[in-house]
Design a protein around this ligand. Structure first.
Ligand code: GLN
Length: 307
């Protein structure tokens, strides 16, 4: 479609309809392009788009019409009340992942110094939402993808939230540090899941670990006991049909108080377990806090999965 020299708001929206782009999506894109709120659009049908906006419009429409997520077309998306920058290097934050934030806030006390890790942070959604709600936690966010970590770090900077970042695969990014809480929304879609085809614009490494979809979950669970303090929680998001298997993996790794919560669609979406505060952990409980420093960012380990 050739760029239009003169295009009114009404014509731009009509063009979107002709391309098969949902009217609300088109309005979001147009509002962002014009730097105007939705109410302005409704009252300015006959206003002419500035030339730069008119020439950008067909490309933006074509991207949305080709199935690119609205979040990528806009370059930003809201999660837990935070406006996050998103690029195709990170998953679009999903509303069901907010369940994990709610759960994390329940298990964190308000005291200072608790160390929290977000494994495979992507856009930084979980780490940033938790850090904003609990400013006294020390937050480490990891990812195996340097470009994803750059998006998360940029979000932290723009939102003024203090988070440390480490590059690496799952727990490897944390070094020897131990945590009071770990949250993780890993890739969990099975390789043969037909939904993957509809998610082709998002990074495959962040969606699916291949096989039955449990590989990354199993790795995070199995590494948990070495990296979590006694009594610490591990909170995981998983596929709608994986709750039982994830619970089994948690039990096999020695976690207790295992339970599952459902998302707003009624699908079993998150499962958590707690490390026992048992005798085997005595050494950790008597250790001075200095003996378990949070990992520093910058570990240059590269890894294949876990964005
Ligand atoms: N819940 C996402 C979806 O199925 C997948 C997210 C993930 O793999 N962590 O669209």
């Amino acid at each position: 479609m050739a760029p239009e020299a003169v295009l009114s708001v009404a014509q731009a929206l009509a063009r979107a309809r002709a391309c098969g782009v949902d009217r609300l999506d088109a309005m979001w894109i147009l509002c962002q392009l014009l730097g105007q709120p939705r109410a302005w659009l409704l009252a300015h049908d006959h206003d002419v788009l500035p030339a730069a906006a008119a020439s950008a419009w067909p490309t933006l429409l074509a991207r949305r019409a080709a199935g690119e997520p609205l979040a990528y077309v806009l370059g930003e998306w809201e999660f837990f009340g935070l406006n996050l920058r998103v690029t195709p290097k990170v998953l679009v934050p999903r509303p069901e992942t907010e369940l994990l934030v709610d759960w994390a806030l329940e298990v964190l006390d308000a005291g200072p110094g608790q160390q929290v890790i977000d494994l495979g942070t992507g856009s930084g959604a979980l780490a940033l939402a938790i850090r904003r709600a609990r400013p006294r936690v020390r937050m480490l966010a990891t990812d195996a993808c340097a470009q994803a970590l750059a998006v998360a770090a940029d979000n932290a900077r723009r939102l003024g939230l203090e988070v440390s970042f480490a590059l690496g695969d799952w727990w490897a990014a944390a070094g020897a540090a131990r945590f009071d809480l770990a949250v993780c929304n890993p890739p969990y879609v099975a390789a043969a899941d037909p939904h993957l085809a509809a998610l082709r614009h998002e990074p495959l490494a962040a969606l699916s670990p291949g096989g039955d979809g449990l590989g990354a979950l199993a790795q995070v669970i199995q590494g948990g006991p070495q990296h979590l303090l006694p009594g610490a929680w591990l909170l995981l998001e998983h596929g709608h049909d994986q709750a039982q298997r994830v619970s089994g993996l948690l039990a096999a790794a020695g976690f207790e108080a295992i339970s599952t919560r459902s998302d707003l669609a009624g699908l079993a979406r998150c499962t958590a377990g707690r490390r026992p505060a048992a005798a085997e952990c005595r050494l950790d409980t008597t250790a001075a806090p200095e003996s378990r420093p949070i990992a520093r960012p910058g570990d240059p380990k590269a890894a294949q999965t876990g964005a």
